[in-house]
Design a protein around this ligand. Structure first.
Ligand SMILES: *Cc1c(COP(=O)(O)O)cnc(C)c1O
Length: 361
């Protein structure tokens, strides 16, 4: 068996389960792709920023040239927008790649990674990939317990992940809670704030300030959610300089492709598209929460672009809705078999979801 000669940590991995693609659903069920509503991957229902779409077309004719491996233009725009130095920035093939780079850089079989019990599952996969110990801290009420997470830190801890807001729970911890947490974090630990849903927050905690305070941290952001560029795989980290330097060593030279860099550069200051996206999301969240309340369905109040709702048998509901062309995300992989996660869509997609929900419940 070749497996016994392969890297054991890789063999031990359980592959990440993605949201079910529209084309695959259409193929399997004999449906027309245009009839299918996908509310399974927290994508932007308004599509990509129109400015980014123009930039993608313009970049196409240069597709024979390798990208700028240093990411000069995009990293400059990021540093200007967020008031940090160029050297604090790192680009990734999605922010998921930066999660992997952090684990590659800081984990080994003696090291430990701390995350919340219902945290984004990629942290656990990456800890497994590098053979590290994954320490799961209970999150009562689906909210990160930062005091308990601080208490779990020991001399082997290298990374603490705080997804804020967290996926799949949609909950957040406040800046004052984070302040108190950061005071307790020793120098041998890198704190990772995964802020994939940052743009959806009306009052986002400022985590970049800890960089000036000399802490070891990395803030993760992405163009996949509010900017609607999930297909291009582009995200970034803003890290304290020593951490950013390490991450920039660990990455492949051309990890962020040129078309994605061009699109992200156009999208980053497209406030109009982000404002429309956030307005649609606020309306959709309110609609879902009201609909769940009316149906006596328990849900977790969310500040992101998705809601976790308790439906009984989540896997069954996922399958039943699928046959009617609505794709949601079952949560058994998160040890939440009674729940599903639904992303906010356009008003008509949201209404279709509720209509089908009523049919299958
Ligand atoms: C969607 C998401 C990401 C972003 O992934 P990309 O690789 O940038 O597409 C990262 N973290 C969390 C918690 C997410 O939900």
């Amino acid at each position: 068996m070749i497996n016994q000669h392969a890297n054991q940590f890789v063999c031990d991995l359980v592959a990440y389960e993605t949201g079910k693609p529209i084309e695959e659903t259409a193929r399997e069920l004999g449906l027309n792709p245009s009839e299918i509503v996908k509310l399974a991957s927290n994508e932007n229902p308004l599509g990509p920023s129109p400015k980014a779409q123009d930039a993608i077309k313009a970049a196409a004719s240069e597709a024979h040239i390798y990208p700028d491996g240093g990411g000069f233009k995009l990293r400059t725009a990021i540093s200007e927008k967020y008031g940090v130095n160029f050297k604090n920035t790192v680009l990734g093939n999605g922010s998921n790649e930066i999660i992997e780079l952090l684990c590659h850089s800081f984990l080994n079989p003696q090291a430990e990674l701390i995350a919340a019990e219902h945290a984004f599952v990629v942290y656990k996969l990456m800890a497994t990939l590098f053979g590290a110990k994954y320490v799961e801290v209970p999150d009562p009420g689906f909210v990160h317990d930062l005091d308990a997470m601080a208490a779990a830190i020991n001399e082997n801890t290298r990374l603490v992940f705080i997804a804020n807001p967290n996926n799949p729970t949609g909950t957040i911890v406040s800046e004052s809670e984070i302040d108190r947490f950061m005071e307790k974090v020793p120098d041998h630990v890198v704190v990772v704030f995964d802020e994939a849903y940052h743009e959806f927050l009306s009052d986002a905690p400022n985590t970049l300030k800890y960089i000036e305070q000399g802490k070891n941290l990395c803030v993760l952001r992405t163009f996949s959610k509010a900017q609607g560029l999930a297909a291009l795989r582009i995200g970034f980290g803003i890290a304290s300089e020593p951490v950013a330097n390490i991450l920039n060593k660990a990455r492949q030279p051309f990890n962020a492709n040129a078309i994605a860099q061009a699109a992200a550069l156009a999208a980053i200051n497209d406030e109009e598209h982000i404002t429309a996206t956030v307005a649609n999301n606020d309306q959709g969240l309110a609609y879902f929460e009201q609909a769940f309340t009316e149906r006596n369905l328990e849900y977790v109040p969310s500040v992101a672009n998705f809601v976790l709702v308790k439906v009984g048998d989540g896997d069954k509901l996922f399958k039943d809705m699928l046959t009617k062309g609505v794709i949601v995300r079952a949560m058994s992989g998160y040890k939440l078999p009674e729940w599903v996660r639904v992303s906010v869509g356009t008003p008509s997609e949201n209404a279709r979801f509720i209509e089908v929900l009523d049919q299958v419940l």
